[in-house]
Every structure is written in structure tokens, then in C-alpha cells.
Write a protein that binds this ligand. Structure first.
Ligand code: UGA
Length: 337
């Protein structure tokens, strides 16, 4: 099988590349602006990497799509601060640039596996988000945070329509707060410059306070990257067409914790297990901050986000295995050792 990964140097792309090369005989064509997370993959003769910009090299991208069996377009902005500060960039990259890829897949009759997101459910009040039944709930237009959710939702609808009316072969997967080694850069000191876990690790290392937005009572189901990738591998394999034209929540419903709890666990794990940083961790203060102060007026939050994973369990025979303590230890080993 020939796989084409656009944005292979990202968090998901780099882990996926490593797993494909280690466990299959597939050929991987890959593109990204950077290659720092691909140092192992680059040594493999089945990994064909092209450093470049999908926005500039459209002909080259189209050629790869023509020559591949499965396409994974993984280029996207995924940090909430950017949704508020630079919403047009989110729309242009996450929606417009990727729409071109979706259309090429439809034109060349190629299978596309597209990253949707837990964010499409927005502020849905359901206790578990169901791919078939849950309503997708966003806020008013002035709450610019929802441009990401809306861009992804529209793309889901476009892909679904291409599937139903023009024969596109697709699978949509919705990551729920995947985390692990290589997530974001912990050296980025900008508040909101990365997702919450890497933000908090960076705060502790720099001896800063941890900001709990609106008190940190909001909850997330943190999903370790290995669990996410094992689901994604089953989607790509598509045994007996198990993933054909389907949408999958990929998350860990049992590891549902508040953001405050995440901060407390990190402080405790670093205090006990990483002597070099223990003093900083013990001195870390958790302070409450108003969301508008932290992100600006355009922010609105999700208080509870739990995936229903029945689809993935039944169709892919997948379920998450890594609990939060184990996943955080592996992540901290990567960032701190
Ligand atoms: C994330 C991002 O939108 C995407 O990465 C992705 O599509 C999706 O959700 C997902 O991974 O499932 P969110 O979980 O809100 O959204 O993003 P984080 O930046 O990781 O924030 C999590 C929570 O921590 C938010 O409630 C935020 O307000 C809070 N937070 C963040 C703090 O309390 N303090 C901080 O310093 C940073």
C-alpha cells in the first residue's frame, strides 16, 4: 500500500509514520515544512520525504495523490489561542487548503482519511458525544474560538456529501485530546502558545505559575498517542471495509479529568520522579484566571467532552489501553529526561 501523509512532521503524522514503518511493509510518501520529528523515519528506505509547502507546490501534491492509495491530510492549526488571535489563518489552512486535497481525492478516486476533531461537538450538553446522534453546538459569531470547530464541521459535511453523492471513499476520525511525546514545543513561553499539557510542563520548568482558566473545573478525556495511533492504523488497514465511509470518535472516556486535576498530577509526578525539576514543581502555584484575560473576548470553552466509542469498538475492535498516569510518565520522560 502507498500512503501519502501531508504534514508528516506534526504530532500525529510523526507517530503515525514511525508506526507504519515499524509494523507494515507500506510505502510512505510524506511532505512537511520541517523534519525535526522524523529523524527515525528518514533513515528508512520506505519513507520518501519531501520538504515543502502544500500551499505552494500544488502540482507536486496532486501528482502524489494520483500515485497513492490512501491520503492523510494532517496539516492544520490546532491551538485554541490561534483560533481567537488569527481565525482567518485557521480557515485558510484547516478548511480552504485541505478542501483542495479532498477534491483531488474525489477526482482521482482515492481513499482519504481526514482528521475531524472533538471540537466539532462544541458545547454539546450530552454526557457522551455520539457520532450519529449528538448535536454540534457552537456559540455566537463574535466568539471566534468556534471558527476551528465550524471549519472542521463544514469539511466533515463536504466529505460526507462527496461520499454520498460522488463516490468518495473516506474515513473521518475525531481525536479527543491526544497527548504524548512530541505534542507541542514546551519551550514556547507564550500563554496559550501550545495545548494545555505542554503549556503546563513549560510553566513548571520555567518556574512560572500555572494559569487555570476559569478555575480549571472544565474536563477533558486525555488520550495517549499510542492508543490514538492504534485506532488510526486499523482505520487505514480497513479490514473488510470496516472503516469505509464512517466517522469515529477516538478518545479515552475513562480518563476524564479536570484541568485543575491535570495540573495537580503534573506537579506531583514531577516532584517525585524528576529530581532536577522537583524544586520548581513543589514551588508551582496554581492560579485562577478569567478566560477573557487569558485568551481574549473571542474565547468560549467546553466544560465536558466525553467520547462515545461504541463505533470504534464494534467496527475496529479497538479500545484505549493507556491510563493517564502511565501516559503522563511517558510524556514527561520524553520532555524532561
Ligand atoms: C483542543 C484543541 O482545539 C485541539 O488540539 C483539538 O482539536 C481538540 O481540542 C482535541 O485535542 O481534542 P482544548 O482541549 O480546549 O481544545 O485545548 P487545550 O489548549 O489543550 O486546553 C484544554 C483546557 O485547558 C481548556 O479549557 C483551556 O482553557 C485550559 N487551559 C489551557 C488552562 O486552564 N490553562 C492554560 O494555560 C491553557
Amino acid at each position: 500500500m502507498n500512503i501519502f501523509i501531508i504534514g508528516a512532521n506534526g504530532f500525529i503524522g510523526s507517530h503515525l509514520s514511525d508506526t507504519i514503518l515499524a509494523t507494515t511493509d507500506w510505502q510512505v510518501n510524506a511532505m512537511d515544512l520541517y523534519d525535526d520529528k522524523l529523524q527515525d523515519a528518514l533513515k528508512n528506505s520506505r519513507f520518501h520525504f519531501h520538504k515543502g509547502d502544500m500551499l505552494l507546490e500544488k502540482d507536486w501534491v496532486a501528482e502524489q495523490i494520483k500515485n497513492s492509495d490512501v491520503i492523510l491530510p494532517l496539516v492544520a492549526v490546532a491551538t485554541p489561542a490561534t483560533y481567537v488571535q488569527d481565525p482567518l489563518r485557521v480557515f485558510e489552512l484547516d478548511f480552504e487548503a485541505n478542501l483542495n486535497i479532498v477534491r483531488l481525492c474525489a477526482e482521482y478516486n482515492k481513499r482519504i482519511i481526514f482528521p475531524s476533531t472533538s471540537e466539532v461537538y462544541g458545547m454539546c450538553p450530552d454526557s457522551e458525544f455520539d457520532e450519529d446522534k449528538s448535536h454540534l453546538v457552537t456559540g455566537p459569531i463574535s466568539k471566534e474560538r468556534w471558527i476551528y470547530s465550524s471549519s472542521k464541521q463544514l469539511m466533515d459535511r463536504v466529505i460526507y456529501a462527496y461520499g454520498k453523492h460522488r463516490g468518495l471513499k473516506y474515513s473521518l476520525f475525531r481525536p479527543f485530546n491526544w497527548y504524548g511525546p512530541r505534542l507541542d514545543n514546551i519551550l514556547n513561553p507564550k500563554p496559550g502558545g501550545s495545548r494545555v499539557l505542554t503549556q503546563f510542563i513549560g510553566n513548571i520548568l520555567r518556574g512560572e505559575e500555572i494559569n487555570l482558566v476559569n478555575g480549571g473545573e472544565q474536563q477533558r478525556c486525555f488520550t495517549y498517542i499510542d492508543d490514538g495511533i492504534s485506532a488510526l492504523m486499523r482505520i487505514i488497514e480497513n479490514k473488510n471495509n470496516a472503516a469505509h465511509n464512517k466517522i469515529f470518535n477516538i478518545g479515552n472516556p475513562t480518563e476524564n479529568i479536570s484541568i485543575r486535576r491535570l495540573a495537580e498530577i503534573l506537579v506531583s509526578l514531577i516532584s517525585t520522579n524528576y529530581p532536577k525539576h522537583a524544586a520548581n514543581a513543589q514551588a508551582t502555584k496554581l492560579v485562577n484566571i478569567d478566560a477573557h484575560m487569558y485568551y481574549g473576548e473571542g474565547y468560549q470553552d467546553v466544560s465536558l467532552r466525553v467520547p462515545a466509542i461504541k463505533h470504534a469498538k464494534e467496527s475496529l475492535h479497538w479500545e484505549p489501553k493507556v491510563n493517564i498516569e502511565t501516559g503522563l510518565r511517558k510524556t514527561l520522560d520524553f520532555y524532561l529526561q
